[in-house]
Design a protein around this ligand. Structure first.
Ligand code: FES
Length: 376
């Protein structure tokens, strides 16, 4: 649109010949914009005041860049794995992981914002312009002059000739962008499946003996992390159940290991005693995994890994409270309802010569939810 009063428009050839300054003036006129006040912050370039203002803006961008780097460093290298309170320094460092990540990422974003705000306050000209509203689309001449006006505004902001600010702002935004990209990528940096013997492997659990012939007992959690209470078959009533965890003699005097054994995500197992004469369908190839009426199933839901801890003894259904999957323990913990599609893995158990329940081996399949490499 071009204002209400008729304005003599330049021809296309004249338009092409016009300088950016002329185009800005023409555009302002065509838009009916009246410049009421215009004042450069630093009319004389290169003064000490200007350099001081420039340094203060650049300092904020540097803070943003350094915080972004610190965030990246903490995210990638800080000890993030859980350490029990018995390892005082390890536990302290582990507890700092999240606060430090939040602190540095937040500082980086805030410093970048403060730098941008300071720049507009300190360097953009003070300008007051009034424009009348109009309806309908803009004419070609309006669009051409608008582009010129925007480019002109960019020039007047002085960003083009302030290379220190440009570089530090670019550095801050770049490092921050790198940090933001590192968050989703970071989780993909460590492949937990290359070595199935590492602690992080998804292919075996803490029920796996650490050396050949080592006994792994079924231990109950009494609420006292250091108490070792082993389970015998007669401890579980018919129709009853108990949550059990692995225990090995090598852990008996190791406070850290006793606590860690109760905290491993793959450790909890539901030990269930069927009622006498209950008809049971066993899974092919796992006919001897039970000990009499006692059956042990991983407590980790095969949907998304919640603990399936609600057992209904009349129907034999184990319920996962997260999304209501139900597993039928009368039929090898096969899913009956809900989003889970795989049965709960069964732990092979027996009784040792002293009458304690022990695991005969680790699970023969991965426990918990499916993952990429899993075929079934
Ligand atoms: S995690 Fe168990 S049903 Fe979703």
């Amino acid at each position: 649109m071009s204002g209400d009063k008729p304005i003599e428009l330049p021809s296309e050839a004249e338009l092409a010949e016009m300088s950016r300054d002329d185009l800005v003036k023409l555009g302002t006129k065509l838009d009916g914009v009246e410049l009421v006040h215009y004042e450069e912050k630093f009319p004389v370039p290169g003064t000490r005041a200007e350099r001081r203002a420039q340094r203060s803006v650049a300092a904020w961008f540097m803070v943003s860049a350094l915080s972004g780097l610190a965030f990246l460093g903490v995210f990638l290298f800080w000890p993030w794995e859980y350490e029990s309170p018995f390892n005082e320094s390890g536990h302290f460092l582990h507890n700092l992981y999240n606060p430090l990540i939040g602190l540095f990422l937040g500082l980086s974003v805030v410093a970048l914002g403060v730098g941008a705000l300071l720049y507009t306050k300190k360097f953009l000209p003070d300008e007051l312009a009034v424009q009348q509203r109009h309806d309908g689309p803009s004419a070609a001449v309006d669009r051409a002059t608008l582009v010129a006006e925007l480019a002109d505004a960019g020039d007047r902001s002085g960003i083009g000739r302030r290379s220190l600010i440009k570089r530090t702002a670019g550095l801050g935004a770049g490092v921050l962008g790198l940090g933001v990209a590192a968050v989703p990528l970071g989780a993909l940096m460590k492949n937990p499946h290359t070595d199935s013997e590492t602690k992080a492997s998804l292919w075996h659990t803490s029920w796996k003996p650490e050396k050949p012939g080592e006994k792994v007992y079924l231990r109950r959690h009494t609420g006292n992390f250091h108490e070792v209470s082993l389970v015998r078959p007669e401890d579980v009533e018919p129709g009853g159940f108990e949550t059990v965890f692995p225990f090995r003699e090598s852990e008996r005097d190791d406070e850290h290991a006793l606590v860690a054994a109760l905290k491993r995500a793959d450790a909890p197992v539901m030990l269930i005693r069927m009622r006498p004469n209950q008809a049971i369908t066993k899974r092919a190839g796992q006919e001897d995994f039970n000990h009499g009426d006692l059956y042990a199933y991983s407590k980790i839901c095969t949907h998304l890994g919640c603990p399936t801890s609600l057992f209904e003894q009349q129907t034999g259904l184990l319920l996962c409270p997260c999304h209501q999957s139900q597993f039928d323990v009368f039929e090898y913990a096969k899913p009956r309802f809900g989003p889970a599609t795989r049965p709960l893995p069964q732990l092979p158990i027996t009784v040792d010569e002293e009458g304690y329940l022990v695991a005969r081996s680790d699970f023969i399949e991965a426990v918990g939810p499916a993952f990429w490499e899993r075929k079934s």
